[in-house]
Ligand binder design. Structure first.
Ligand code: F6R
Length: 366
């Protein structure tokens, strides 16, 4: 049942070229330069006119929402907020006509996310869902939605569901931008062409698993970890830290790289491993100087870099190269080495990676 893998988590990490392709199938039509999302067909033109989108989610799904925020703002120029479902529902949230509330949930059963939707619905919002489990409670209560089609996720730590959520949000943001006219045909074509190439690029990254395993061996006994990224890779840094803490029980924190000097930099010494997402994008130069700041304080740096990188490689202790893609698609690639890093560290520490202590696959209590 684990298909020859030691754990479901590893199997699911390795399934990602297929799960992302499954998520794109029939929706992304690169030849015709078209995106078809039957699941939100009735609301797409309204979504294009939305004044505001609020994503409600928990945990990893909330991180996918943060990626969605960048995507919808950048491509469709819609104001987005990302809320922890548990916080949103216990405020008196302001919901106006024309607002869309979009729940992101792998299980479709998370109690707080469900309750946030019920509240939004009672206030007259249009509610959409991005769920993995077909027929789940959230998929049934929502007006419309787009399934992630990642297949069953057994490992408690979410991996393939996350990349499928980001894939769906990318498709939704692109379709909305197209309907709204905030994207040129040229840029649209370029992004969908790159999106179509993502599964093969994920497969390329998975070939580096032995290299990542070797790096993990040197960090097995770390007490703490910091994950840093900017822009679209900031949520990936949060997700990398969450993966590591939940399966290895190492204390890990994710931060936007520029926030480091507002506090966390005090933690840096030779015992503090820092994972940087330092791929070639619009904030590359800034991240390079953040790495310098960490190295000057003797932090040990593992960096996720773009193929062909020279500058970062010279500065860091370990660099993991990943293929280049369009900047807005980077989270689909940068998340993968961080999943592998957490997995191998947890296994080396002898943890039960598929069923970490105190955690449940779906949190149906508040
Ligand atoms: C982390 C993880 C959790 C879930 C969260 C939301 O690996 O799995 O943080 O992401 O409990 O669950 P769903 O997406 O089912 O609503």
């Amino acid at each position: 049942e684990k298909g020859g893998f030691d754990h479901f988590m590893l199997k699911e990490i390795f399934e990602q070229p297929k799960s992302i392709a499954d998520c794109l199938r029939g929706r992304l039509l690169p030849e015709e330069a078209l995106i078809q999302l039957g699941g939100i067909h009735n609301n797409l033109s309204k979504l294009a006119k939305a004044k505001r989108i609020v994503f409600v989610a928990c945990g990893t799904s909330w991180h996918a929402g943060l990626v969605g925020e960048y995507l919808f703002e950048e491509l469709a120029r819609i104001n987005v907020e990302v809320e922890y479902a548990s916080e949103f529902r216990y405020r008196n949230p302001i919901i106006k006509e024309g607002d869309f509330i979009i729940a992101i949930s792998q299980s479709g059963e998370t109690a707080d996310t469900m309750a946030a939707l019920e509240l939004a619905k009672s206030k007259g919002a249009i509610i959409l869902g991005v769920c993995n489990v077909v027929g789940s409670s959230i998929s049934r209560i929502t007006d419309e939605g787009v399934y992630t089609h990642a297949g069953p996720e057994i490992g408690v730590a979410s991996t393939k569901a996350f990349t499928a959520q980001v894939t769906v949000l990318t498709l939704m943001a692109l379709a909305t931008a197209k309907a709204k006219g905030t994207i040129t045909d040229d840029v649209f074509r370029r992004i969908i062409f790159e999106l179509d190439a993502i599964p093969a690029k994920v497969a390329e990254i998975l070939k580096k698993s032995e290299e990542i395993k070797d790096i993990s061996k040197l960090f097995t006994f770390a007490q703490n970890f910091i994950f840093l990224g900017r822009g679209l890779n900031f949520p990936v840094a949060l997700e990398g830290a969450l993966k590591l803490k939940e399966i290895s029980y190492i204390h890990a924190e994710g931060y936007p790289a520029a926030e480091m000097k507002h506090g966390p930099i005090a933690l840096i010494d030779e015992d503090m491993p820092v994972v940087f997402i330092a791929t070639k994008d619009s904030s590359y130069e800034k991240v390079v100087s953040n790495i310098q700041e960490v190295k000057a304080r003797k932090g040990r740096v593992i960096a996720i870099v773009s193929e062909g990188d020279v500058d970062v490689k010279k500065m860091v202790d370990f660099a993991i190269e990943i293929p280049n893609t369009h900047e807005i698609l980077q989270p689909l690639l940068t998340a993968i080495p961080l999943q592998l890093l957490s997995y191998y560290i947890a296994v080396l520490r002898g943890r039960n990676v598929d069923q970490p202590r105190n955690l449940a696959k779906s949190v149906t209590v508040e």
